[in-house]
Design a protein around this ligand. Structure first.
Ligand code: FSX
Ligand code: SF4
Ligand code: F3S
Length: 394
């Protein structure tokens, strides 16, 4: 954040009001916005824009549909222990229809959905949680007498943006597991067009919040890959930034749950960890509130590839992962950096200030988030055509 922006924000009473609403201090709110900017891999100054948007912009109306799922997506958003995450989510959006959270029922909620769709025609965000059963005319999931297919199409018609939250909505997830008796399908399959997807079972709440805050601040959703996944969150393999990676590289593996290797924090690859073939940022931004620094692998459980179509709920838990990338972690310095690729060091410094880590670690974090598959491919192509040594050989 530049000094000018900081002074402008400091004198903006609306920031105080927003902080009060969120039971945060002004400083905590600014720090949180800075960490969101870093998660999104945005350039310097974006933290101020985010803080301003959170404090002043009209909250977008959100209609949230539930189909075939366990409600874990909603639970993970609202049960987060991190201070005010749930409050912030509910503060940056106007949740006008949500079957689980509504106290009302029946015709009253149906009326609320229709009202929100009329009042915010063309402007609301449609969030879909759960897969859509398509077999036998879609009869396996009906709400208010309408099939999930009908409801989804009706609500998507006038939405400004559609977000599929969780693996079920993103690619079918657990309900689509073989033999998929209900024909569980993704939102994109049913609508016949790409949508933004935030896979994970459940997905990381920070990735949803960051996506919505991006929409609030810039009026558009963040850049996505060919599967509709925001690039800031799904560009890197979990394996690339895993804290157990040094053990993998050194060939130190846990062979059984509870054995010496497991107790010493060795790599979980031989227990079936799917980190080497799963794209997500769990190993970078962590996931779970069981304590500081937790995420599945940190807790001693192999990653099951819950974000990845064809891996999570398909590949047996004990099966070995396909090694997609044997090169050293993405945080190692590159020989030549592409101009404009990756996040700025300024953003890294902001993160370092926020989470209290060194600038080097912050730089690693942001650089990884800012890179895309395209940059990776570019680099590989260059390495194969040039006679210069590959980064693995340096
Ligand atoms: Fe559950 Fe959501 Fe998994 Fe699916 O998350 S946590 S089954 S992705 O749709 O509620
Ligand atoms: Fe981490 Fe799993 Fe990779 Fe081992 S295999 S380094 S536990 S992601
Ligand atoms: Fe899922 Fe693996 Fe992350 S199981 S939550 S993608 S560590």
């Amino acid at each position: 954040m530049t000094m000018e922006n900081l002074i402008a924000l400091e004198t903006d009473a609306r920031l105080d009001a927003a902080a009060k609403r969120l039971s945060m201090s002004r400083r905590e709110l600014l720090q949180f916005c800075a960490s969101l900017a870093t998660t999104l891999g945005l350039a310097e100054g974006a933290d101020a824009a985010i803080a301003q948007a959170v404090a002043t912009k009209k909250r977008p109306s959100v209609i949230w549909l539930h189909f075939q799922e366990c409600t874990g997506c909603t639970e993970s958003l609202l049960r987060a222990e991190h201070p005010t995450l749930d409050k912030l989510i509910l503060d940056v959006i106007s949740l006008d229809y949500h079957e689980t959270l509504f106290a009302a029922a029946g015709h009253q909620v149906e009326a609320a959905r229709k009202q929100a769709m009329t009042d915010h025609k063309g402007k609301y965000i449609l969030v879909v949680e759960g897969a859509i059963p398509t077999k036998d005319g879609g009869i396996y999931c009906k709400i208010g007498g309408k099939t999930a297919i009908e409801l989804l199409k009706e609500c998507a018609a006038d939405a400004a943006a559609v977000i599929a939250i969780g693996s079920c909505a993103s690619w079918g997830g657990m309900p689509s597991t073989d033999p998929n008796p209900t024909g569980a399908s993704s939102v994109a399959q049913v609508l016949g067009k790409p949508v933004v997807t935030i896979p994970g079972c459940p997905p990381n709440p920070y990735n949803f919040l960051s996506t919505v805050v991006h929409f609030l601040t810039f009026g558009k959703l963040p850049a996505v890959d060919q599967l509709g996944r925001p690039k800031f969150a799904y560009s890197r393999l979990i394996h690339e930034n895993c804290e157990r990676r040094a053990h993998f590289d050194a060939g130190r593996f846990a062979m059984e749950f509870g054995d010496d290797g497991h107790r010493q924090g060795f790599c979980l690859y031989k227990l079936g960890c799917k980190g080497p073939e799963t794209y997500a940022n769990c190993s970078v931004i962590l996931f779970g509130d069981a304590g500081a620094g937790t995420w599945p692998v940190a807790c001693g459980h192999p990653c099951i590839g819950c974000t990845e179509k064809g891996i999570g709920f398909q590949k047996p838990i004990h099966a070995l992962a396909k090694l997609k990338n044997l090169e050293p972690g993405a945080f190692l310095p590159r020989i030549v950096e592409e101009k404009g690729v990756g996040a700025s060091l300024g953003a890294a410094a902001v993160l370092a200030a926020v989470v209290g880590v060194g600038v080097g670690a912050g730089a690693k974090f942001t650089k990884n988030l800012g890179l895309s598959h395209a940059a990776e491919e570019m680099e590989k192509a260059r390495a194969s055509t040039q006679a210069t040594p590959k980064s693995t050989e340096v």
